[in-house]
Design a binder for this molecule. Sequence first.
Ligand code: KIV
Ligand code: ZN
Length: 532
Amino acid sequence: MPASDPNRVLIFDTTLRDGEQSPGCSMSQAEKLRVARALAELGVDVIEAGFPIASRGDWESVNTIAREVRGPIIAGLARCNRADIEAAWQALRDAERPRLHVFLATSAIHRQYKLNMAKDEIIRMAVEGVKIARDLCEDVEFSPEDASRTELEFLAEVVQAVVDAGATTVNIPDTVGYTVPQEFSELFAYLKRHVRGIENVRLSVHCHDDLGMAVANSLAAVRAGARQIECTINGIGERAGNCSLEEVAMALKTRESYFGVHTGIQTTRLYPTCRLVSQITGMPIPRNKAIIGENAFAHESGIHQHGMLRHHSTYEIMRPQDVGLSRTNLVLGKHSGRHAFRERVKELGFELEDAELNQLFEEFKALADKKKELFDGDIEALVMRAETGAAGPWSLEQIEIESSSAGSATVRLTLAHVDGRRIEQRTSAAGPVDAVVKAIDAATGTHVEMRKFEVHSVSVGEDAQGEALLTVEHNGRSYRGSGVSTNIIEAAAHAYLEVINRIEATRATAGRNDAGNGNRRRTPDPSVVSAI
Ligand code: KIV
Ligand code: ZN
């Protein structure tokens, strides 16, 4: 392994690339930049910002992150061909520390069915990809896709070839989540025995969670010598997802004496970062999710509570504060002042500018007029909405809802557009949510297919705020929206309007791109994502 601290494990975050590939998790450019900044604050070593050739939007996101985010290495993915690698390089070249990540499948199944290539062609193409990348960038990672299902001898041959060609990191993916810890650790041991010069490159691991073993397999690889873990926030990713960053980072920290390694993760930033990604992707964090789920530090049984009262170590192997979970039962209300509000926001892990905080304090006061007691969940929802809500041309000025158990509902609403229009709409339908959707469709002239609609409460009590989350489809793309209010129908209206605003933002971006950008090098091929 190259110089520096041999016990330091690099955290390579691929939330913005592999994570974003999971259905319904796509993010706008502004959202990706927001996540990248949060990842930098969290202390990740590498941010894989995207797959630049996949689409114009991906290229632009990688480029923006490369130009604006300082600290971590910024990586971009490319297949082993010149067009991909050059597109990735153009997007990355302004980064403080760019990395080209090239990949090629090596397993018999992929060789036969996907690539239709013989072993020697695979080796030739992998070597060529690494060489093209090395001519452009000093930091080159190579991944033999589906490594865990590749014949060991052939895998070692490929790894030997790319090490000789100049790869600086060799990543071993368990692409389909097939391996088990012991087997995976033997694979690493095999490579270490059979590849000359492997000690001069960084060995990395990239696991998927199809059998629920992504974290365990990644940890086994670390025991066997891997010094980079590829993972995602909340474990989002293709199918069952990727190795979850928060879990693997806390496993290494909590069991440091067993693993004998450490990471640079600021663990107190875990909870706010996970919340942010959950809010942006619309993928709720399950209550029982390890590390950051609502129940992760809750003790229900009497015996456990009794033990906890004696000493927290009886039933807790980590402290909630260690992962940035400082939720309390502290209640704020309409008499709480700006100072108390500011302190609570800070304790919950959010860092806001004065102007943002003042604006939020006004919203907090307005909410406190409607709702007696405000809990941490309410405050988080306020901040999250301000930070992640899709700004767009439409906003809801007013809404009135009438509905009866007889099966009819009427909604009257007023929408305001940034161009100065105010549109009033009155619509009746079978139920109130249906009426809201139809009224907004009629007012904005946009129609979408509703795919999923959920409501849950963000805090406790009869007057708790409800959060509406919805997913829709429009022109073959899926969009998410969320809205919070003490009135769940109003929450649904906000969520639906957020979706409409996202669609408008996509149209505006597409319009800008179509309008030319004459200095763009090439039009990336959008079909490639489905090719990997
Ligand atoms: O799962 C996988 O094999 C990948 C590679 C592109 C690293 O995501
Ligand atoms: Zn993957």
